[in-house]
Write a protein that binds this ligand. Structure first.
Ligand code: PLP
Length: 373
């Protein structure tokens, strides 16, 4: 695993998550909606996990909806806005495609894009001007960007929304498990995804406001207070909660050692690959992420050579739309040509400073190999 630098795409399953999944599948496999005693025990577990998730975020258990992950959660929020008949919504220009695409589809011609500065952070003055002039009912600003790792000023954005009477949605898929969740529970809507922090794929949560129009997402059975029909994925929820608990216990030390490793890498890169540029170098970023531009040839060649050397990296977000083009980089004003030159390097909780240095050396060796390509 030491060469795996694609944690922002997904993570290996945490051993505690695996154990929780197996235990729950064996002991609590009954349908939590059934009425006999054993099913009641499954239901109780489900509600205990809901309490625990709410406790971690600092919100109420009734506000937590379990669903399949951040894509579903973000789609549910935008669909809710459309179903409520809200005139306008605003989303940051660097949101994940699972916010941008439904927003474009459901609010054609009425979607307001909140720009980011050259540092990749949402422009709060522009946000306030949008709130004043256009009065959107909902604003979405993510917590941490999946491509660049840049931390967004979501706390300030949330306060501006409160001041101007708009609801605030925050996609925290890349934040949870990496940084403290303090204050996230104050967002009206909040998205999280288990596989981004060591839980299984296909499980996540959405925090919704306790008051106001109730969310009606998937229709069918009465699960999740009719907000999201479908038999609950209790083993997945148990595994997600186990991974989350494990991450929260050593969050600060992981962030500290992770940051030191990343900084060591960045220093080394300045020596061995001086043409390389770190996107958002001066902005606050996730401790695990570096978006690096490399010289010609195009990033895919670099990725292949690195892969042959045992390093797994990405050419940007696994989910960015279309080859080479990145909405995030475009929003930051990065030239189109440079967009095909980026490598996203995202480490994990057990990545060491040595692993980072080995990656820097591999990049230098690949540069040698590819020079005069
Ligand atoms: N939002 C962000 C910021 C992400 O990084 C991702 C994953 O790439 C998603 C949403 C989608 O998450 P999921 O895989 O749970 O649907």
């Amino acid at each position: 695993m030491s060469g795996y630098f694609d944690y922002n795409a997904t993570c290996p399953l945490h051993p505690a998550a695996r154990e929780a999944w197996l235990e729950t599948s064996e002991r609590f496999w009954q349908n939590p909606s059934s009425l006999y005693r054993e099913a009641g025990a499954a239901r109780q577990r489900l509600e205990d996990y809901r309490e625990e998730a709410a406790m971690r975020l600092g919100c109420e258990a009734e506000e937590m909806v379990f669903l399949s992950g951040a894509t579903e959660a973000n789609n549910a929020v935008i669909a809710h806005a459309a179903a409520a008949g809200w005139e306008r919504i605003a989303v940051s220009a660097v949101e994940h495609p699972c916010v941008l695409e439904p927003a474009e589809a459901l609010f054609p011609g009425k979607l307001l894009l909140v720009p980011v500065g050259p540092d990749g952070r949402v422009d709060l003055e522009a946000l306030e001007a949008i709130l004043r002039e256009h009065r959107p009912s909902l604003v979405a600003v993510m917590a941490a960007n999946n491509e660049t790792g840049i931390l967004q000023p979501w706390q300030e954005a949330r306060q501006l929304c409160e001041k101007h009477g708009a609801l605030f949605h925050c996609d925290a898929a890349q934040w949870i498990g990496k940084l403290k969740p303090d204050g996230l529970g104050e967002c009206d809507f909040l998205t999280g995804s288990a596989h981004k922090f060591g839980g299984p794929k296909g499980i996540g949560f959405l925090k919704v406001p306790g008051q106001g129009r109730p969310l009606r997402w998937l229709r069918g059975g009465p699960q999740e207070e009719r907000r999201r029909a479908g038999t609950e994925n209790l083993p997945g929820i148990a595994a997600m909660m186990a991974a989350w608990a494990a991450r929260e216990t050593d969050l600060e030390s992981a962030a500290r050692t992770g940051l030191a490793g990343r900084q060591g890498f960045e220093e080394k890169i300045r020596q061995v690959l001086p043409e390389g540029q770190i996107i958002g170098a001066d902005a606050p970023r996730l401790w695990n992420t570096v978006l690096l531009t490399v010289p010609a040839p195009a990033n895919l060649k670099w990725l292949t050579r690195l892969s042959a050397r045992g390093f797994a990296v990405s050419t940007g977000s696994a989910c960015s739309r279309g080859a080479g083009a990145s909405e995030v980089l475009r929003a930051m004003g990065v030239a189109e040509a440079a967009q095909g030159q980026v490598l996203r390097l995202s480490a994990g909780w057990s990545t060491t400073a040595e692993d980072w240095l080995a990656l820097a050396e591999a990049l230098a060796a690949v540069r040698e190999q590819l020079s005069g390509h």
